[in-house]
Design a protein around this ligand. Structure first.
Ligand SMILES: Cc1cc2nc3c(=O)[nH]c(=O)nc-3n(C[C@H](O)[C@H](O)[C@H](O)COP(=O)(O)OP(=O)(O)OC[C@H]3O[C@@H](n4cnc5c(N)ncnc54)[C@H](O)[C@@H]3O)c2cc1C
Length: 437
């Protein structure tokens, strides 16, 4: 086996490994690496930006870095279709789509991820009329576990597996996205009270294009974010770039990082810090391009768990989490993030067949690991009680036995995997746990 050995760790510092690294520059090279691995009985794991918190991207033997496969492969602007090489990062896509007057319909919080990593784990943003990023996929090409190059086109049944495949079906080499006409967003941020925000949840997600809110544990304080889609003719407005830099980078990231570090050393002060932060929240409105509004910088490192539950059950689940935090006396410095997404038909989408509410909990990465794990376990117990589906890229402890009960198409996906990767060239411990072998 060729390649160099290198230490790898993920963004959240929850997983690490010392694999043999291969960096193919062409699809032929990907095919050759897969053929060699099959011949020698080695396992391959493609990796994107390493932004998954779960063990989904951990390599057993060979780590495939796809930084050599980036950019536009082909485009059909009249049909709003663009085919991107699999290693393309989300932050590279707006500039690639702009000359065609296109944008991605929806995005998550950050854009450091690759298109293949983000979609393989079901990365999503918010908006009850919008699916996760995988729902923007209308075709893909992959080198499967038999060493064959397979193109799955729009309308083919396997796309419902390949568009959100957990990296279990093969090495994606390109992905075709359906873009939308470029648009602007008006972002209205406002403070709110816990009970009011929960009471307004159903109305807010139904009437607002992209709604989300953060609740500050140990307080009544929430921050609501209301994003409304506008044509590109809407002039950008709001705080200047310098002001936004101060708000977002200096205050949100740098000061927040400092407060998390203080909270780690003296956990008892966390509720007081959260009260202070919650009271300091103020309203602001910004109009800007969709990407600039969707995307934030996350400079403070954290660990995260996120579950999708039926959208109507979000208020009750949050009340249970709040009561649990009080009862167990956890000290949680990170706000809890709450979002929504449309139902879709992808086999392993967290929103498969049901409109979903997402509840994400975070802990500062330097917090006591045992305390963080206990907190996540207690939240997990509440959310699985609501039929929760864990985000594939975030921390959770579920296995195939549980997941089969919440994914109606679970065994359909396993059958696709048996066809694409019968010898399990792409498996690792995480996939063995969540898919059952
Ligand atoms: C700061 C931060 C913010 C985040 N915000 C959000 C958010 O708003 N919404 C959300 O839903 N998630 C969010 N996430 C989670 C993140 O989007 C996902 O975990 C995503 O998988 C990361 O993409 P990546 O490129 O880093 O993938 P990696 O973590 O590198 O890989 C993920 C999986 O994709 C597979 N993979 C990668 N490339 C290929 C390929 N070419 N072929 C086949 N399989 C491949 C890997 O094998 C692995 O199984 C966030 C994570 C962080 C750290």
């Amino acid at each position: 086996m060729t390649g160099t050995t290198a230490h790898w760790q993920n963004w959240g510092r929850t997983e690490s490994a010392d694999p043999t690294v291969q960096t193919p520059a062409t699809v032929d090279e990907v095919r050759a690496i897969v053929a060699q691995a099959r011949a020698t009985g080695h396992r391959i794991k493609p990796i994107g930006a390493g932004h998954s918190f779960s063990g989904i991207g951990v390599p057993t033997d060979i780590q495939l870095r796809l930084s050599g496969l980036r950019g536009i492969v082909s485009a059909d602007p009249d049909a709003s279709r663009v085919t991107l090489a699999a290693g393309t990062h989300l932050h590279e896509i707006p500039a690639l789509l702009a000359p065609m007057g296109l944008a991605m319909a929806n995005l998550g919080d950050v854009d450091r991820q690759t298109i293949s990593g983000a979609t393989s784990t079901g990365t999503h943003g918010t908006g009850l009329a919008f699916g996760g990023i995988s729902t923007q996929i209308v075709g893909a090409t992959l080198v499967d576990g038999r060493g064959e190059t397979v193109t799955v086109a729009e309308g083919e049944p396997d796309l419902a597996a390949v568009a959100l495949g957990l990296g279990a079906l093969g090495v994606l080499v390109d992905i075709t996205l359906r873009g939308v006409p470029a648009f602007h967003l008006r972002a209205d941020e406002a403070p709110g009270r816990f009970d009011d925000v929960l009471a307004g949840w159903s109305d807010s997600i139904s009437s607002i294009d992209h709604y989300e809110f953060y609740w500050f544990p140990h307080t009544d304080c929430c921050l609501t974010k209301t994003n409304t889609r506008l044509p590109t003719s809407a002039a950008p407005s709001g705080p200047s770039r310098v002001r936004r830099y101060i708000d977002d980078e200096v205050l949100s990231n740098k000061l927040f990082g400092l407060l998390c570090a203080v909270g780690r050393s003296v956990p008892t002060v966390v509720p007081a810090i959260n009260q202070l932060s919650g009271r300091a929240l103020s309203a602001r409105t910004i109009v800007d391009s969709s990407t600039n509004v969707f995307i934030s910088d996350r400079a403070v490192r954290f660990r995260e768990m996120e579950y999708a539950i039926p959208v109507a059950e979000v208020p009750e689940a949050l009340r249970e989490i709040r009561a649990m935090i009080d009862r167990r006396r956890y000290r949680v410095s990170f706000p809890i993030e709450v979002r929504a997404a449309a139902a879709d038909e992808l086999m392993l989408s967290t929103a498969a067949g049901r409109e979903s509410g997402y509840i994400a909990v975070h802990r500062y990465y330097r917090d006591d690991p045992a305390d963080s794990a206990a907190y996540f376990a207690d939240v997990e117990e509440i959310l699985t009680g609501h039929g929760g589906r864990p985000h594939w890229g975030k921390m959770h402890t579920r296995d195939a036995e549980y997941l089969r009960t919440v994914y109606p198409r679970f065994d359909e996906f396993r059958a696709v995997r048996d066809r694409y990767d019968p010898e399990r060239v792409f498996t690792n411990d995480y996939l063995a746990r969540v898919l059952g072998d």
